[in-house]
Design a protein around this ligand. Structure first.
Ligand code: BT5
Length: 316
């Protein structure tokens, strides 16, 4: 139904009814159901139905229609509302195909890392992808690297936005957080069984409704108008598939490093070794960050995982 209205032009009830093979009364019922879901649909006795202006529709059928991938997103599970797409994906991960995607309009319990909350109102992209590369668990960082590079490439390709990668895997635009990634893995002995990669992108959300100290941004803010989430998801999944196929290659690492906005910055990293403060001096091929500790005569520490805060140069 939504795909018939998505063009934004008037479509007669009769035409929709005949295409869907249902009665006009059934079409009217579906229009009512969509309205209760929040879609603005205009109706006119002569012209039929039309989707209100600036309606960014998230419809799995439309996404699949223009999806040019071999396997990522071919199995697409859509929820109007779900606790967390990562939770939903983990429930099916052991038995689903590589590249299966879970997508939701709203998450009621979206999660960040370390069980931090992730705000997921309508208008964003809240998506989890089940990936099953045949790699040892110790190489799981390659998935993170490939996915963050893929998201940055999609932003550049679609909007000309240069999103920087903040170690380990936030995407920032002018120092504001546009996207977060939460990867959860399952392994048998040391072989990766599957990874669930959760991606949250503030597409058409009002970041002003978030606490200001989150320093968040959205694509609608950066672009000055709403973006098509359908197009973004299609491009994102395509770039993720491409990067997946090149996972572990030198080019992926170099691209990831080139897009880093952490390298060279003064940072504080909280890791299992405690808090480390200093200058980020290298990013290695295995995803680790090198920090030259402040006031330690050039001692450089390597951190493989942790939480990173960019400090202002003045504080260092
Ligand atoms: C992340 O965690 O950045 C990973 C976020 C992953 C979200 C996706 S959405 C689809 C999938 N399903 C899920 O349940 N999760 C994944 P972290 O680095 O821990 O950042 C969390 C912090 O970011 C919070 O403590 C807030 O300060 C801030 N935050 C929360 N919601 C935000 C939003 N929508 N935009 C920007 N910042 C936000």
């Amino acid at each position: 139904m939504l795909s018939y209205l998505a063009s934004g032009s008037w479509v007669s009830g009769e035409e929709i009814a005949s295409k869907l093979g249902v009665s006009r009364a059934a079409v009217w019922k579906q229009v009512q159901a969509l309205r209760t879901k929040g879609y603005q649909i205009q109706s006119s006795t002569n012209k039929g139905y039309r989707l209100g202006a600036n309606q960014d529709v998230l419809d799995p059928e439309m996404i699949l229609k223009g999806l040019e991938t071999d396997f990522v997103g071919k199995d697409l599970r859509y929820f109007r509302e779900v606790s967390s797409t990562n939770e939903a994906a983990r429930e099916i991960a052991a038995n689903c195909e590589n590249g299966t995607v879970v997508l939701a309009e709203v998450q009621t319990k979206g999660r960040g890392r370390l069980s931090r909350p992730w705000h997921s109102p309508t208008g964003g992209i809240w998506i989890s992808i089940v990936l099953k590369p045949e790699i040892p668990l110790a190489q799981a960082y390659r998935i993170n690297m490939a996915v963050s590079v893929a998201i940055a490439r999609a932003m550049l390709r679609l909007y000309g936005i240069k999103a920087g990668i903040k170690w380990p895997n936030d995407l920032l635009v002018n120092d504001r957080k546009l996207c977060g990634i939460l990867m959860e893995v399952s392994a048998e002995t040391d072989r990766l069984e599957y990874a669930v990669v959760g991606i949250g992108i503030n597409a058409n959300v009002d970041e002003n409704s978030f606490p200001s100290d989150w320093n968040a941004t959205s694509l609608s803010r950066e672009m000055g108008s709403q973006v098509s989430r359908t197009k973004l998801i299609q491009t994102l999944l395509m770039e993720i598939e491409k990067a997946y196929k090149q996972m572990g290659e030198l080019d992926t690492y170099l691209d990831w490093r080139d897009r880093s906005v952490t390298l060279g910055r003064h940072v504080r990293v909280t890791s299992s070794d405690g808090d480390l403060e200093g200058q980020a001096v290298y990013l290695s091929e295995d995803g680790a960050l090198g920090i030259e500790l402040a006031g330690e005569h050039g001692e450089i520490r390597r951190v493989v995982a942790g939480d990173c805060v960019h400090l202002r140069a003045l504080l260092s």
